[in-house]
Design a protein around this ligand. Structure first.
Ligand SMILES: NC(=O)c1ccc[n+]([C@@H]2O[C@H](COP(=O)([O-])OP(=O)(O)OC[C@H]3O[C@@H](n4cnc5c(N)ncnc54)[C@H](O)[C@@H]3O)[C@@H](O)[C@H]2O)c1
Length: 444
């Protein structure tokens, strides 16, 4: 089995490297020349923990090209991992998938290839593969589903910042397939690649399409529930949201993952998958009330922080925002709550100092010279009287009184990462989900 991967971006290059790391010959295809050159030179084209090491371990088994025909000729199974941007109504565009599949299908026809497996990994709106993509492959290749090619929908549930680890250790491998043989072929690739022994959920293509967005919609619902609990505990002296979610999470019916109250969820997947779930349900006459409420809670969570910062940072007081990506460990700032906060403060002409260990280049590309950029956490305390810790970056846990330069510096800790006993007398402390009358340890 030789593999090709169309789209070697954030998810695609990690997928391609993991398959090559497992011993497969893998050829990547992308429209981005820089990514192709980087891969052929053995360099990771973007930052993701463990990616460079994985690429180092797979030697010449991973190559890349811009030539679809070469990829079709030199592989038996193709994973398509191209963008599927959201449309205005929340559904996913399949424009890039159609483009990639049309190129591949024409190459299949020219080569008169006998059998090929197409695996769609990009997130799609339910129904897309059978209604639009399979007919397109048949029309462009002149071949028939089942006899000449198989199709699978095989989405990933990885999180940026831990893509390689998640890919190698999935809880579930979801395979929607056009036929049993195709499902078994995709499964065997994962069995050889995964470090664990995952549950393989094989089903129809449309079931897998629904399962993918349902899972993300469910997880965001859980996050919004924890955020609501945090807001509640902020009002109740003595109530600790972290103690409460620890107890809830210990119950098997709930589980502890994604159950920490804090700021809104963001990033390239969660907000749009949840919205897509609502749109898809509405298309079948179902009002997905829980998904809509999840989105409402999520918007409230950042609006609430914005109003707190507005209140606490009167005009003329500089604000430092630390943690600019949508979560720690990634440079991605798409739908990041910090970016919403900065935008609001800019509209009030507040002086802003921004810091993040990984995402400064992306933030600079977005805001240019309209904000200041700090090169360390200490620089932020030097420059601002209000310091907002917007992610739970492990680096921030080191903050203690030696960082606090100005008397009355207000620290707003959105994830309760600081040890307040080490913060000294000069700083004032507020935290999302924490009531000032709640002792840090419950029996203090
Ligand atoms: N990144 C994630 O955490 C994640 C998780 C689960 C699912 N997904 C899904 O995976 C898909 C890809 O996401 P991503 O984050 O890797 O996107 P990305 O933008 O980082 O990468 C996509 C890559 O596809 C390339 N590309 C675009 N059109 C192409 C074409 N016609 N032919 C070849 N290459 C082409 C782009 O140049 C880019 O390198 C999306 O549908 C996304 O929803 C992403």
């Amino acid at each position: 089995m030789r593999i090709s991967v169309i789209g070697v971006g954030k998810l695609g290059v990690c997928t391609a490297s993991c398959f090559a790391g497992a011993g497969y010959e893998v050829i990547g295809v992308d429209v981005n020349r820089q990514f192709i050159d980087a891969i052929n030179e053995g360099r990771a084209p973007l930052y993701e923990p463990g990616l460079q090491e994985m690429m180092d371990s797979c030697g010449r088994r991973l190559t890349a090209t811009m030539d679809y025909e070469k990829a079709m000729a030199e592989s038996d199974m193709t994973f398509l991992i191209v963008p599927t941007p959201s449309r205005g109504d929340g559904s996913f565009s399949d424009e890039y998938l159609r483009d990639g599949l049309a190129h591949l299908a024409r190459a299949m026809k020219r080569l008169d290839k006998k059998r090929h497996v197409f695996v769609i990994t990009s997130t799609v709106s339910p129904g897309t593969t059978e209604k639009h993509l399979i007919p397109l492959i048949e029309a462009e290749s002149g071949k028939s589903l089942g006899r000449d090619f198989g199709v699978a929908y095989n989405p990933e549930f990885i999180a940026l910042g831990s893509v390689i680890r998640d890919f190698l250790n999935p809880d579930v491998v979801l395979i929607g397939a056009s036929d049993r043989e195709t499902a078994e072929q995709v499964e065997s690739v994962y069995r050889r690649t995964c470090a664990n022994d995952p549950y393989v959920a094989a089903m129809s293509i449309v079931s897998a399409e629904v399962a993918k967005i349902s899972l993300n919609s469910y997880v965001t619902m859980k996050i919004s529930f924890a955020n609501t609990l945090a807001n509640l505990c902020e009002r109740i002296p003595g109530a600790s949201v972290d103690d409460i979610t620890a107890a809830l999470g210990a119950d098997k019916r709930v589980s502890s993952h994604y159950l920490k109250g804090g700021l809104s969820f963001g990033g390239p997947c969660f907000p749009r998958d949840n919205k897509a779930f609502t749109t898809f349900a509405a298309g079948y006459g179902i009002d997905a009330r829980l998904a809509r409420a999840t989105e409402e809670v999520n918007s409230f969570q950042i609006e609430n922080l914005v109003s707190v910062v507005r209140r606490e940072a009167p005009e003329g007081r500089a604000v430092a925002v630390l943690g600019l990506a949508y979560k720690p460990g990634t440079p991605v700032i798409e739908r990041s709550p910090s970016i919403d906060l900065i935008e609001d403060l800019l509209s009030r002409e507040t002086e802003i100092v921004a810091y993040d260990p990984l995402s400064i280049d992306n933030v600079r590309a977005r805001f240019g010279d309209s904000i200041l950029y700090a090169s360390s956490v200490r620089d932020c305390f030097e420059a601002a009287g209000v310091v907002v810790l917007a992610t739970a970056d492990p680096e921030f846990a080191a903050i203690d009184e030696s960082y606090v330069v100005h008397d009355g510096t207000l620290v707003i800790d959105c994830w309760r990462v600081l040890d307040t006993s080490r913060l000294g007398q000069k700083a004032l402390y507020m935290a999302v989900g924490w009531n000032p009358e709640t002792p840090w340890s419950c029996w203090e």
